[in-house]
Design a protein around this ligand. Structure first.
Ligand SMILES: Nc1nc2c(c(=O)[nH]1)N[C@H]1C(S)=C(S)[C@@H](COP(=O)(O)O)O[C@H]1N2
Ligand SMILES: [Mo]
Length: 321
């Protein structure tokens, strides 16, 4: 019997949605996964505490370790993929996993427009090709005061943006999630104004910590975590890390951001993790790391102050929250 181990399957072999879906289902159903993933990834830090729960998705090999990585204990894969915020698939934490099962994140393209020299519609594969993938272990701190430590797979957002050659008129960059109520059933309800949108100031977007992720725990992103392409901005509250991106737009004006649009007095444009600025309805001084019993102190900029504080020199962070 000729069976490909998951890590031997290249994304380029994905021809159409049906093949892709079959492959995922095949990997899920076959007993293969434990063996393939465990042996291929035994050297990676998360493998030692959660390899038994390794993902039923094709895995990446030859990932570089990022020097920015946290060395904290990783959140269990099971927790990171079953306790999610992704309103396109429902508003309860358990909804995204349950309701995104049949979502097929292929074919996928990213539209680039606005103030740049290389606008256009990029096939996902073309968009990713120039960028070697690396693993970066980042904390994610949700505005609701829980947090996780996740080994993301991806590359620097700044590198991708540079390749699109923003012009001097580009002061901000905006991101849009897919809007397709047939595939994202949560969009049939008007709980948010779809599509979900986020934005960063240009210098924030170019910061080496800002990341575009295509995977986690050594494998492709599960649907509920934002397949096939999402943002990870580790010094900001989780909602800035927009999932399932289909459009990137360079703008002169500060872009509309979904949560700021919903409740501007609760969610600011910057949304930097800041224990000294409380949310309107609760304190931001502490957080509960998923999997831990005791709460812990929340750190300024989620612990990334040494790297990012200078972006905000001279700004009143109580006003620009
Ligand atoms: N498109 C979209 N992106 C989104 C959200 C969402 O509802 N829709 N939720 C955000 C919030 S509030 C958080 S905390 C993170 C959660 O990411 P995770 O599920 O991978 O932990 O995704 C963010 N990205
Ligand atoms: Mo969040």
């Amino acid at each position: 019997m000729l069976i490909k181990r998951p890590e031997a399957i290249k994304p380029s072999e994905i021809t159409d949605q049906a093949t892709y879906l079959n492959r995922r289902q095949f990997i899920r159903d076959s007993g293969l996964l434990g063996v393939g993933v465990a042996s291929a990834l035994a050297g990676l830090p998360w493998a030692k505490n959660s390899w038994a729960e390794a993902p039923g998705l094709p895995s990446y090999t030859d990932l570089r370790q990022s020097p920015f990585s946290s060395d904290e204990k990783l959140t269990e894969y099971e927790d990171a993929t079953s306790y999610n915020n992704f309103y396109e698939f429902g508003t309860d934490k358990s909804d995204p996993k349950a309701n995104s099962r049949d979502f097929v994140p292929r074919p996928w393209s990213v539209v680039v427009d606005g103030a740049c020299e290389k606008p256009g519609r990029y096939d996902l594969e073309d968009f990713l090709r120039p960028h070697p993938l690396e693993e970066r272990i980042y904390r994610l701190r949700c505005v609701e005061a829980w947090s996780m430590v996740i080994p993301w797979v991806g590359f620097s957002l700044g590198d991708a943006l540079k390749r699109l050659q923003p012009t001097s008129r580009a002061k901000y960059v905006a991101f849009y999630t897919l809007h397709d109520p047939e595939r994202m059933p949560g969009q049939k309800r008007r709980v948010l104004q779809w599509p979900y949108r986020e934005g960063l100031r240009m210098d924030e977007a170019m910061h080496p910590l800002a990341m575009l992720a295509v995977g986690m725990y050594g494998a492709e992103l599960p649907n509920q975590n934002g397949a096939p392409l999402r943002l990870v901005v580790p010094w900001k509250y989780g909602f800035k890390s927009i999932k399932s991106i289909v459009r990137i737009s360079f703008t002169e004006e500060q872009p509309v951001c979904t949560w700021n649009q919903v409740q501007p007095n609760e969610y600011g444009f910057y949304s930097n993790v800041n224990p000294n600025v409380d949310h309107l309805r609760w304190s931001q001084k502490k957080e509960r790391r998923i999997g831990n019993w005791l709460k812990q102190e929340t750190l300024m900029f989620n612990g990334y102050a040494d790297q990012v504080a200078s972006l905000y020199n001279g700004m009143d962070l109580k006003k620009y929250f």
